[in-house]
Design a protein around this ligand. Structure first.
Ligand SMILES: [Zn+2]
Length: 689
């Protein structure tokens, strides 16, 4: 599905025709961000956030084709520049007279499921240890050097790949080390990632690595949509002919980019503008100084792109719009986006620039991500029954609101209205809930698992190629044979059969499926608030442990998969906030829905072990109480926790019965917020049959 695309004389896929950049309709922010990167590599890459099917990938590939060709040392697999070859190049050293050749900058795609070896390259340990030869097979980081590294669905990238990527991006070097053998080579590339925020957010460190972000969304303008489709169809019909029609525009664009690249080193950033950048960054409360640097670099590139040699307020505005939205985030529940009217206010102050004319692009005033209030989009209007999340709401003053509780007030239980939608309170730290046994799922921080990255607990004869070496075990295996192998001096004689690899144990992420009772028996306002707060806390915990999460709710006539398994905590939190409560309690339907969801997910992601978290008081008032045992039977073998929400003087202990049927641990709701160890709090539930 994914393949490295190396265009150019030696690339096998040089026949591939790329969609012309100039033919892309709309997506002005994305195009601008990519162009600024093409003009100045110091801008530092782009993260493209947006819904599926917005041609994000097409635009990125189109831009790569517009990057200027590069000169490389002939035969060097690491794309050394003949003018300044990498002194550490594994294919080097290249002499001053090394022959060079010109080829297009490469666009390398990093598949989400790539192995570490594929990304960083692999070292043949056996050869290194037995023959003393450093045999290195370059990875994608080498292929991307001086080009573009493109990661589609970057938010789904495994943790260990993210770490490698962060290191390489920070140092401009790829460093591969296996025991005593190491190789390093230059790896500087333009990092471009795309992601659908519904499927999960990025780790903050990785987010920060992207110079700019853009939000893309398909046009809601029928005429524009039609034009997109028209061109797309024409392209698919006959790519070569379509591309040919755009040759002139493409050449002009390449020329403009080339000129801007020339100009960029001459662009002056006046002190007044630099101060303005600092003011804007400070006002938007960004972390560190990286935002200032990126904004300055992007403003310089923007000036160069517009043919200026001095940065203006317009350049600062354009740069800030792209460089800041992802840096002012504070909390995984905050929505991204930048308050543009605030940006205008900030730039409007003591602005000596007479040119207030902003870019006429469609992204100008209609950005859906901009929220009018300055605060994070995390208000909890407790009286809200509307199905719409707050960002689209009104900027109107809250003082006149009839709602007794102010937004975002952390006070629980102060409800004044008869709303059926309780808002959760402040999340707290919950005890670790984990799946028993030893898994083999994706890296994470929840349950014990066999992983290549954890703590070494033993060694074994390698299965297949040796990637990591257990040195002590290897030496121990080789020791008895030294005399027979003719060793007479220092230095062990090691053969391939001596090699041992470590067995490591670490942590995996799980699928945490919440099954939340939203029925009338739970709907007492203060209780529902406590339940939502607990689930929100568990969600936050799942985010930190790199889990996938899902949400099944049941009330009234049946159960609903309110959130299909995803890595996006934001979406989970939003669904939870708006979750209405009331009605009868179809507990069995909730369990059946959970079983269905897990079955589908097992097919999709078989290594990810599920953890079921049932949040209920155990009452079943519809669907027949007899259905519960049958439904629970469908979940046999699934690790489960029942959060007991029963409260009050008279307790029926129904949640306890349910826990017994599911073979689940029972956790009283209150004990979740108590923090600390859980074991002492788990009641014995093995009394029911
Ligand atoms: Zn080289």
């Amino acid at each position: 599905m994914y393949e490295v695309v190396c265009r150019g004389p030696e690339g096998r896929s040089s026949v591939t025709v790329t969609y012309p950049f100039s033919a892309v309709v709309g997506l002005d922010d994305l195009k601008l961000a990519l162009i600024l990167n093409a003009v100045s590599p110091r801008v530092g890459g782009v993260l493209v956030r947006g819904e599926k099917g917005t041609a994000k990938s097409t635009v990125v590939r189109a831009l790569a084709a517009q990057l200027p060709a590069i000169e490389v040392v002939y035969g060097c697999r690491f794309s050394c520049d003949p003018a300044a070859p990498d002194p550490a190049c594994p294919d080097g050293p290249h002499g001053a007279e090394a022959p060079g050749r010109t080829r297009p900058a490469s666009l390398v795609e990093l598949p989400v499921g790539a192995s570490e070896d594929r990304l960083a390259g692999s070292l043949d340990l056996e050869k290194a240890l037995t023959d003393g030869v450093k045999a290195f097979e370059p990875g994608l980081l080498a292929a991307a050097h001086r080009g573009v590294l493109y990661v589609d669905e970057v938010n789904l990238l495994h943790d260990h790949l993210v770490d490698l990527l962060l290191d390489a991006a920070a140092l401009g070097t790829c460093y591969v080390e296996r025991e005593a053998v190491s190789v390093r080579h230059a790896a500087r590339f333009l990092l471009v990632g795309t992601m659908n925020p519904e499927e999960g957010e990025l780790r903050p460190q990785l987010l920060d690595r992207f110079g700019l972000t853009v939000e893309v969304r398909a046009s809601r303008e029928p005429a524009e949509r039609a034009e997109v489709v028209r061109r797309r169809l024409a392209f698919e019909d006959d790519p070569a002919t379509f591309a040919e029609r755009w040759t002139a525009q493409e050449a002009e664009l390449a020329g403009r980019i080339g000129e801007a690249r020339e100009r960029v080193s001459r662009v002056v950033l006046p002190d007044a503008r630099l101060l303005q950048i600092a003011e804007v960054c400070a006002a938007f409360d960004v972390d560190g100084l990286r935002a200032d640097l990126v904004t300055a670099n992007a403003a310089v590139a923007h000036a160069a792109w517009h043919g200026r040699t001095e940065v203006t307020a317009e350049d600062v505005r354009a740069a800030a719009r792209l460089a800041l939205p992802h840096r002012r985030r504070r909390d995984p529940f905050d929505a991204p986006g930048l308050d543009e009217s605030r940006l205008d206010d900030l730039l409007g102050q003591d602005d000596p620039d007479p040119d207030p004319d902003p870019d006429p692009g469609p992204g100008g005033g209609s950005d859906p991500g901009s929220d009018p209030g300055q605060g994070p989009a995390q208000p909890d209007p407790p009286g809200e029954t509307a199905a719409d999340p707050p960002p689209a709401g009104t900027p109107g003053p809250d003082a006149t609101s009839p709602d007794a509780e102010g937004p975002d007030s952390g006070e629980p239980g102060a409800g004044a209205t008869q709303s059926r939608t309780a808002a959760p309170g402040e999340p707290y730290r919950v005890p670790v809930l984990s799946v028993p046994g030893l898994g083999e799922g994706a890296a994470g921080r929840r349950s014990r698992a066999r992983t290549p990255h954890g703590r070494t607990i033993g060694s074994r004869v390698p299965r297949g190629r040796v990637r990591r070496l257990h040195l002590t075990a290897t030496l121990r295996a080789a020791a008895p044979y030294q005399a027979r192998r003719g060793r007479s001096g220092p230095g062990m004689r090691i053969r391939g059969t001596d090699l041992r690899e470590p067995i490591a144990e670490g942590r995996e992420g799980n699928l945490v499926l919440f099954v939340v009772d939203a029925s009338g028996s739970m709907a007492a306002r203060s209780r529902m608030r406590a339940v939502k707060t607990a689930v929100l806390s568990l969600l936050l915990d799942a985010y930190q442990r790199r889990d996938k999460i899902g949400l099944v709710t049941f009330r009234g006539a049946g159960a609903e998969l309110a959130l299909p398994p995803t890595s996006s905590v934001e979406v989970g939190a939003a669904r939870l906030r708006l979750l209405p409560t009331g009605g009868r309690t179809p507990l069995a339907a909730g369990l059946v829905k959970a079983a269905e969801t897990l079955r589908v997910e097992r097919l999709r992601d078989p290594d990810r072990r599920p953890l079921l978290v049932v949040v209920t008081d155990g009452r079943a008032t519809s669907g027949g109480a007899a259905d519960v045992p049958r439904a629970a039977g469908l979940l046999a073998g699934t690790a489960a926790v029942v959060v007991d929400c029963e409260s009050g003087m008279v307790r029926l202990g129904l949640a306890c019965d349910l826990a017994a049927r599911l073979g689940a641990r029972l956790v009283p709701l209150d004990s979740l917020s108590a923090g600390g160890g859980l074991d002492g709090l788990v009641r014995d539930h093995r009394r029911a049959g």
